[in-house]
Design a protein around this ligand. Sequence first.
Ligand code: COA
Length: 269
Amino acid sequence: MTTEHPSAFQPDLLAGRVALVTGGATGLGLEIAAVLGTHGARVAVCSRKEDNLRAAVDQLTAQGIDAMYGVCDVRQPDEVAAVVDAVLARFGRLDVVVNNAAGNFPTPITGLSPNGFKAVVDIDLLGTFHVSKAAHEAWLGEHGGSIVNISAAIQYRGMAMQAHVTAAKAGVDALSRTCAIEWGPDGVRVNVVAPGGMAGTEGMARFETAGVVGGQNPLGRVGTRREVADCVLFLASDAASYVTGATLVVDGGGWLADGRISGATTVGG
Ligand code: COA
């Protein structure tokens, strides 16, 4: 967890809980894992790259967090189910699932192949479906819990060079609401955190490299991973016990703006 400010939450907010964060080896996913872990959760992270996962678990462990990793591609249902099983074998329960794994590359539609479009929809949308379904089948459906899906805010208005991502994230938003309806009776809350561009993430680096600049936001600055992770913590916790099917936009109000509000330039907001 970055230490930009002390936590506003009780340190034992998630005591006794177990969380799984997809794409949790780096960037925002690792920040979310650290924030959940430093508030009492035991944490599992998964992604495709074992080297990154090992380093992530070392970092989490150094922060005093009981952490494990599982290697999987969220596009592969069998691999996802195996990771969920491994989490249950190690920790004995699963309370919080954060669907954070995502793919992104900025490209205009004219440069986007069918397979490029499909790759991002497969990771973001089908990946969220596979992980949510596996977790529901293996544990949440019987015991309840909380799913937080990381979406985006660019799909509300559209964004150049992001056709594949806006389509995928709109699907994540819709899927989340339907999961909330179907699984509410099981005690499963399903919510969305919709971040704008954040400093220090791979997605942001790719946009900067491509020279893509989005609108400006009313708060006048780019957000931090910690600011997004804190919102995931809130939705994952009992503080949000009556919140399901909601989308919490965490983009400094960027999606509302039209590039006409003065302030720091941001990406994806
Ligand atoms: N511009 C246009 N097309 C691109 C591209 C780019 N910059 N990068 C990848 N693609 C296309 C590939 O050409 C391929 O299509 P093709 O078969 O028609 O040539 C397709 O996307 C799949 O590429 P591949 O490298 O095989 O996919 P992958 O499954 O290994 O990787 C990606 C997934 C493509 C999403 C990859 O960019 C990724 O994993 N990114 C890291 C995650 C990330 O950016 N996270 C931040 C989220 S905000």
